[in-house]
Design a protein around this ligand. Structure first.
Ligand SMILES: Cc1ncc(C[n+]2csc(CCOP(=O)(O)OP(=O)(O)O)c2C)c(N)n1
Ligand SMILES: CC(=O)[C@@H](O)[C@H](O)COP(=O)(O)O
Ligand SMILES: [Mg+2]
Length: 622
């Protein structure tokens, strides 16, 4: 086994091209074997095995700095630099991350997870190296999907202007998570297939024939060929932006890759190398279904009769609502299956919009549609909505446009880790005027809150977690829930728990257990984070000496902060906020992380037992 002998990029450099081809096969087998157990981003990583090997043959990280866009394709790089021995811990709690991380390895030049940052980061590193007098190349590897986002063009624009040495490798597999879409994607396909070149040649042929006639044309033919070759670069768009375009080249042909990268390493100024690859390469199921194998769960025994996921419930409910209301339109930023909008697309293709990885555009685009009387629903992951904060403020809330944000993956997402946890949405939405912010306690309440949101005619966010619901029946006809109305689930005496979203059932379970220990606890489902049910909150405050808030969001600025702000001028009891602490939470199994941060039933109960054991004090704690 060659892979056994390769423990660093130096070992790899000693191998011949023929040996490197064998190494590529072994790396693939190794990734497939491990990801089968751990889960992870399989298809993207399989697609860049040869590219990674070629990069490590020609360049020398960490002196040469390679920035992987999104970073979900970095498994071969992790294995071949310094993480082969730890690769079996991929995405596990305490193990290596599924994304590049500068805290994990000196070989990782820049942390990623969200897309389209690589060119900007690499350009910054380039300038940093220059000003600090450091040697070495800087390389950004960006996918065609990531190239649909505005930030990528902001980076290209700046790099073209600065003219510094920078290598951008465009890994073009015609896929985002789903099939890549948009005008740029079409352009790349034409470039990769040579269609633009053929078209230019045909047009010149027609013009020459028309102007000079058939006989002269035949004589001019050779001259014309030279003109087309001389004038026409397949990657004209990038050339116009100030980049030297190289390609397209076969991203699985190691001989060509190595020769091309060697040549490129000697070039000056910004260079873009267009590499064409196949997502899932070398593993038939992934090649055939790259979307399904983009990210795979760990292989587990299949359990029967599991509750539906929140995503599935959202997806079906939206189709139900849109069937009745023709104004409902749905927008995704390149996540049709992840958000469940693939079902909407099947039912209402003309009302479905995949805008590419373009969260900012998605939100303003939705605002424009809302202005014309449509009812846009932007289905988006909490972590990716962070990108569109200003658009929510400036384009939606300020103009009070009725855009609904269906915020999936809110809270801890599990194995994707710190870059992907939906930890902040309650904080970054709660302080925006005109916004309504809600979180269902279970999948049934999600249905009604979505219905309420679409009917409200207001900017409205509904946030719900990754994974399965609590298994409650889903049979009630859709109904509107009065905006700002909380639900009193259990009446006790001394302590009140105000919980929101996924934590409501945890609070109930904790309260039941406490009851058996002689502690009487009230539980409220605070399904609206904004506006809050101030009337009920006042009553709760007047009847309880201790109030505990629980949320799956950072405690700073979230739901609990809202309760604190309301109570602090006049409440004489004690308030405690439970939620995600003020640090980035690592990767690991979702429920394990929930226990670690203390928002599951057992930990809520423990906290309350501590509180009742403590002497009352006016100080607050988190
Ligand atoms: C800002 C942002 N939005 C959405 C995503 C989710 N996402 C992860 S990978 C991906 C597709 C990336 O496609 P591409 O860059 O072509 O890489 P490939 O998987 O094809 O190699 C998407 C949409 C993300 N990581 N970041
Ligand atoms: C790389 C990326 O950002 C996505 O692929 C993400 O990992 C999706 O995770 P879900 O499994 O929650 O859809
Ligand atoms: Mg792609």
């Amino acid at each position: 086994m060659l892979l056994e002998q390769v423990n660093s990029p130096e070992d790899l450099k000693k191998l011949s091209v023929e040996e490197l081809k064998k190494l590529a096969e072994e790396v693939r087998e190794f990734i497939i074997e491990i990801v089968d157990k751990t889960g992870g981003h399989l298809a993207s990583s399989l697609g860049v095995v040869e590219l990674t090997i070629a990069l490590l043959k020609v360049f020398s990280p960490p002196r040469d700095e390679i920035v992987w866009d999104v970073g979900h394709q970095s498994y071969p790089y992790k294995i071949l630099t310094d993480r082969k021995e730890r690769f079996h811990t991929l995405r596990q709690f305490g193990g290596i991350s599924g994304f590049p991380s500068i805290k994990e390895s000196p070989y990782d030049a820049f942390g990623t997870g969200h897309s389209s940052t690589s060119i900007s980061a690499a350009l910054g590193i380039r300038i940093g190296k220059k000003l600090k007098g450091e040697e070495g190349h800087v390389i950004a590897v960006i996918g065609d999907g990531a190239l649909t986002a505005g930030e990528a063009y902001e980076g290209l624009n700046n790099a073209g202007q600065l003219g510094e040495d920078l290598i951008v490798i465009l890994n073009d597999n015609e896929m985002s998570i789903a099939k890549n879409i948009g005008a740029i994607s079409n352009y790349l396909t034409k470039v990769a297939t040579g269609e633009n070149f053929r078209r230019a040649k045909k047009r010149l042929e027609e013009v020459t024939k028309k102007v000079f006639g058939e006989r002269v044309y035949k004589r001019l033919k050779r001259v014309e060929d030279l003109i087309v070759k001389g004038l026409f670069s397949p990657g004209m768009l990038f050339e116009e932006l100030g980049f030297r375009y190289v390609g397209p080249i076969d991203g699985h042909d190691l001989d060509t890759l190595i020769v091309t990268l060697k040549n490129v390493s000697k070039m000056k100024g910004p260079t873009l190398v267009h590499v064409v690859t196949k997502k899932g390469k070398g593993y038939e199921p992934a090649e055939k279904k790259p979307e399904k194998f983009h990210g795979v769960p760990p292989k587990k025994k299949k359990k029967e009769n599991l509750p539906p996921t929140y995503t599935e419930v959202f997806s079906k409910t939206l189709v139900e609502i849109a069937g009745e209301n023709r104004d409902v339109v749905a927008i995704t930023a390149a996540m049709p299956s992840g958000t469940g909008l693939d079902r909407f697309k099947e039912h209402f293709p003309e009302r479905y919009f995949d805008v590419g990885i373009a969260e900012q555009h998605a939100v303003t685009f939705a605002a424009g549609m809302a202005k014309k009387g449509l009812k846009p629903v932007v289905a988006i992951y909490s972590t990716f909505l962070q990108r569109a904060y200003d658009q929510i403020v400036h384009d939606v809330a300020l103009q009070e446009l009725p855009v609904v944000f269906a915020i999936d993956r809110a809270g801890l997402v599990g194995e994707d880790g710190a870059t992907h946890h939906g930890a902040f949405d309650l904080s970054y939405l709660r302080h925006i005027p005109n916004m309504i912010v809600a979180a269902p306690k279970d999948e049934e309440e999600l249905r009604h809150l979505l219905f309420t949101a679409i009917r409200s005619g207001k900017p409205f966010a509904v946030r719900y977690p990754r994974g399965r619901g609590y298994g409650v029946p889903l049979r009630e006809p859709l109904k509107e829930i009065p905006i700002g109305n909380w639900e009193l689930l259990r009446e006790g005496k001394e302590i009140a728990i105000l919980a929101t979203g996924w934590t409501v059932y945890q609070a109930l379970k904790a309260a039941e257990s406490l009851e058996k220990k002689g502690i009487s606890v009230t539980v409220v489902n605070a399904r609206f984070i904004k506006p809050m049910d101030e009337e009920l909150l006042k009553r709760i405050a007047s009847e309880h000496s201790v109030i505990v808030t629980v949320e799956e969001n950072v405690v700073k600025g979230g739901f609990g902060s809202g309760v604190d702000e309301f109570l602090s001028p006049w409440y004489s009891g004690r308030v405690f906020n439970l939620g995600l602490p003020d640090r980035f939470i690592e990767h690991g199994e979702q429920n394990l992380l929930r226990c670690i941060v203390g928002i599951d039933a057992e930990r809520i109960e423990k906290k309350i037992l501590e509180l009742v054991g403590e002497k009352p004090s006016p100080a607050k704690s988190t």
